[in-house]
Design a binder for this molecule. Structure first.
Ligand code: ME8
Length: 639
């Protein structure tokens, strides 16, 4: 495949202050779909995301939770990463602003800007909104309250360092003017120019003394770096940027960024303050900043305190990862805010994924099996209607590429759905079931089904960046290896391998009423309190000898369906252990696992087979069970 060069894409780094809702999650899904698409068409992609972990709000939340700020952000960052992973996002690097290499560079950046005279010390007085960590001027307040969140503000005065933004205003204006693609969509660019550049940039407060949880200014340790210099720098420090010029390989290869994907509320920071920071550091500017719209619940802002927040993991529980990805990407407009509700997502899954895509794949495979035992041959003739389908498939490839170049992801997906709709219409036009009635039409029927499978293959290759698992399932059912982008240069690359005998439905139709009842039951369920056992001393615990063992063999118990019998190597010994895990594990799945074994449990005989210990497992209240494993040499003892 042609190498199209490098492509560095980033998301905003999420505040490690709480669980990210579906709006925050939409951003990483969108970035992932762009990254996957670019990779598919031949770019060498680097995709970075991460967490923004300093600031007063986080310090306060940690105190309220009775833990240190570092403990607090460790937990939050873990949760954010878990959700990003759950959504099958393919980021290459997850940066945390508490990472050492980042902190070192932020200190150096601050010092360099200070030494250059771009940062100076002064005093700040203004209206301060604690939850938003923002100072406001009189004229910015709305009814005397914070213009962002509508909450109370109070007067605060503080010694601070300031960054002379005005010094670089002219240069930035020139850059924006000569790079019309820099701020996207166009409407956001106009906002920035008219509301901020035209009135003239104010110097920016870049340090704080009223809280401690931040990167210290090392030449004036009373101050910590105020969060934007810290946060924005992640885009270069994550690649190995070094103020002294000893840059890492990734930085040399991937900077400047091709795309910073961020939400509309932080466009100002990314298109004014960030480029000015880079101009001051003499670092090339990013090529594009895209301020995506926001996802609303119905008409309302998503907010935990309003109680309307929807979370990706809850949605996934009901609909699966790809349906949530599909909804988020397809429903979000290019510039205007989009909306999500549980009811809307059900509607969309039924109308698009079950009825159009799923149904098309299912019936085409079923017919291929019914009429040809699953195996077709390449078509020998082409009629006008076939030509029309072929052109639609080939045009879709081009049209999707144009949309993706403009970052119109929702439109790109809609075009792929149009191709699937065209395929369904082709079934109505060619009526394979009536062709099947006459043996004389066998060749024609072969052509029709071939074109359908080829249409499905085209759509599924194109859909892979958006719904990777679904495309994979389709390729398996089609039994095709023609799954890369280059295979779409020609309509006719489907190899005619035997398709799967039993099509597995991609998306089941959802019964809205029943599912909504289940959703309510799930969301209303208060978290059950844990019931604890009596306290024990460390001496009590140390009586238990737990060691790591490798499962060498495993088979069903000859007399009990629920039991498996394993031979486990623990250092120099091999033990036989009987466990009640047959419901969750096939014997072959156990072989090779490194499990934890209680070694000094008194041996017992279970239905005639001796068990010399116990394998440790974790089980949740829904009856899911997982054998606990450890990645260390067998024989190792657990303390
Ligand atoms: O802003 N719909 O972090 P964050 C879509 N740490 N996107 C939304 C959204 C919604 N309802 N709500 C928020 C921060 N977002 C900073 C960024 S970058 C150097 C520092 C987006 O956790 C929001 O616009 O508040 C931002 O791009 C991202 O989610 C993370 O928001």
């Amino acid at each position: 495949m042609e190498n199209k060069g490098k492509y560095y894409i980033t998301t905003a780094i999420a505040y490690a202050s709480g669980k990210p809702h579906i709006g925050n999650t939409y951003e990483i899904i969108m970035a992932d779909s762009i990254a996957r698409y670019k990779k598919m068409v031949g770019y060498d992609v680097w995709f970075q995301t991460g967490t923004d972990e300093h600031g007063q709000k986080i310090e306060e939340k940690a105190t309220a939770a009775g833990v240190t700020p570092k403990e607090f952000v460790d937990t939050q960052a873990g949760e954010i990463k878990r959700i990003w992973d759950l959504m099958n996002t393919s980021y290459d690097h997850f940066i945390r602003t508490t990472d050492d290499y980042h902190e070192v560079q932020v200190k150096k950046i601050f010092k360099k800007l200070y030494d250059k005279g771009d940062i100076y010390k002064s005093e700040y007085e203004g209206w301060y909104c604690t939850p938003c960590e923002s100072f406001w001027t009189d004229s910015q307040l709305v009814d005397g309250k914070c213009p962002d969140c509508g909450r109370e503000v109070h007067k605060e005065k503080e010694e601070s360092y300031f960054f002379k933004l005005s010094k670089y205003q002219k240069k930035l204006e020139e850059y924006i003017e000569t790079h019309p693609e820099f701020i996207q969509p166009e409407s956001r660019k106009n906002e920035m120019v008219n509301n901020f550049l035209k009135p003239g940039l104010q110097d920016l407060c870049v340090s704080r003394t009223s809280f401690k949880w931040g990167i210290p200014v090392d030449f004036d340790p009373k101050h910590v770096v105020y969060v934007w210099i810290d946060a924005l720098s992640n885009y270069i420090t994550g690649l190995g940027y070094d103020v002294d010029g000893n840059h890492g390989e990734l930085y040399k290869k991937y900077w400047p960024a091709d795309l910073h994907l961020i939400g509309k509320d932080i466009v100002r920071f990314h298109t004014l303050y960030w480029p000015i920071m880079l101009l001051a550091l003499d670092v090339p500017l990013p090529k594009q900043v895209f301020g995506h719209p926001w996802m609303l619940v119905g008409e309302d802002k998503i907010s935990k305190s309003r109680g309307n927040a929807i979370y990706a993991d809850d949605l996934v529980k009901f609909f699966g990862v790809d349906a949530v990805r599909y909804y988020s990407l397809h429903e979000m407009p290019f510039a205007q805010d989009g909306t999500i509700t549980w009811e809307l997502i059900i509607e969309r899954i039924n109308s698009d994924l079950a009825n159009v895509y799923g149904n098309l794949v299912n019936r085409t495979i079923a017919m291929t099996n019914k009429y040809f035992g699953g195996q077709l041959h390449k078509p020998t003739g082409f009629e006008a209607v076939d030509e029309d389908l072929k052109q639609c498939a080939l045009n879709t490839v081009k049209a999707v590429d144009e949309k993706m170049d403009q970052l119109r992801v929702g439109d790109a997906i809609e075009l792929i759905m149009e191709l699937f709709r065209r395929c369904n219409k082709y079934i109505d036009e060619t009526t394979p079931w009536s062709l099947a009635k006459d043996e004389a039409n066998k060749e024609r029927l072969n052509t029709v089904l071939y074109n359908l499978l080829e249409g499905i293959r085209f759509g599924s290759v194109l859909m892979a960046p958006f719904m990777p698992e679904t495309s994979q399932k389709v390729f398996e059912q089609l039994n095709t290896k023609a799954i890369d982008y280059d295979s779409l240069t020609e309509f006719g690359n489907f190899e005619c391998n035997k398709v799967t005998e039993t099509p597995v439905p991609l998306f089941a139709r959802i019964d809205a009423v029943k599912t909504m009842e289940e959703v309510h039951a799930h969301l209303d369920k208060p978290e059950k309190k844990l019931e604890h056992k009596d306290e024990i001393s460390i001496d009590d615990f140390s009586k238990v000898e737990i060691r790591v063992g490798t499962v060498l063999e495993c088979e069903k118990h000859p007399k009990a369906d629920k039991l498996l019998v394993s031979k486990i190597k623990i250092g120099p010994e091999v033990r036989q252990i009987v466990s009640g895990i047959a419901k969750w594990y096939k014997p072959a799945e156990m072989v090779g696992k490194k499990v934890l074994v209680v070694c000094n449990l008194k041996p017992v005989t279970l239905r005639g087979v001796e068990s010399q210990g116990m394998i440790l497992c974790a089980e949740d209240e829904n009856g899911n069970l997982d054998v606990v494993t450890a990645n260390i040499e067998d024989g190792a003892e657990v303390h």
